[in-house]
Design a protein around this ligand. Structure first.
Ligand code: PGA
Length: 254
């Protein structure tokens, strides 16, 4: 039995009204009533503009709400950005940092991701730290060296103690939104590598898998020794599918 976490990354989907409706639909699922399914920690990550409405929809439950990114400074002349303190003030508890879409479209690197982690932790938010290799990197046999570099760079800045307050999400870039999830063997291999790398510094934190997780493939992924749940994109936008993933996590939860 393991500590299991299922986080839904809604990406740039849902207006505030739609998000409140989706949150209510998710919370209405039998498995999620009370916001906690069989000991699974559930986190919903809507867009910034929907955070307030989703916090309100879920306030009477133990479902937690997270943002999809934060700025590394607390305030200042950063047009269009949102700080960790602003996110925290809305009642959020988590924030995704270093997602591959931020890395790709906003050119965010590991040093910046590390600074975002520090900002998030200083506000009491739990960072969900994403890492993962591209298809080219996997094909060239560089998967573990890429992930090792990402996590070591981050840990060098934030330190082991602060890293111990984070959650890691292994998200192979080639699996995100493609319908081509990693096989349980591929996921376990990388998760074991990450667990060993973290353990070397006495860091023991949940490692989530992300990339085309569905209600159908979740159970076999969650059965892997070092997989502690999922960061779910597409399937988190459908209440039934998301509840199915949470139920699969419940089978492994303590
Ligand atoms: P996906 O996205 O489940 O749609 O592949 C996962 C993610 O980007 O976090």
């Amino acid at each position: 039995m393991k500590r299991m976490i299922v986080a839904g990354n809604w990406k740039m989907h849902t207006t505030a009204t739609e998000a409140a409706e989706l949150a209510l639909a998710v919370l209405a699922r039998k498995d999620l009533q009370g916001g906690m399914a069989h000991g699974v920690e559930v986190v919903l990550c809507p867009p910034f503009t929907s955070l307030e409405s989703v916090v309100a929809s879920s306030s009477a439950t133990s479902v937690r709400i997270g943002a999809q990114d934060c700025h590394h400074e607390h305030h200042g002349a950063f047009t269009g950005d949102v700080s960790a303190s602003m996110i925290r003030a809305l009642g959020c508890t988590h924030v995704i940092v270093g997602h591959s879409e931020r890395r790709r479209y906003h050119h965010e690197g590991d040093d910046l991701v590390a600074r975002k982690i520090l900002a998030a932790l200083s506000e009491g938010l739990v960072p969900i730290v994403c890492c993962g290799e591209t298809l080219e990197e996997r094909k060239s046999g560089a998967t573990t060296s890429v992930i090792g570099r990402q996590l070591r760079t981050i840990m060098n800045v934030v330190g082991a103690e602060r890293m111990g307050q984070c959650i890691v999400a292994y998200e192979p870039v080639w699996a995100i939104g493609t319908g081509l999830a990693a096989t349980p063997e591929q996921a376990q291999e990388v998760h074991a590598f990450i667990a060993t790398l973290l353990n070397e510094q006495n860091v023991r934190i949940p490692i989530l898998y992300g990339g085309s997780v569905t209600a159908e493939n979740a159970a076999t992924l969650f059965a892997c020794t070092d997989v502690y749940g999922a960061l779910v994109g597409g399937a988190s936008l459908k209440a039934d599918a998301f509840a199915g993933i949470v139920a699969a996590a419940g089978e492994q939860a303590q």
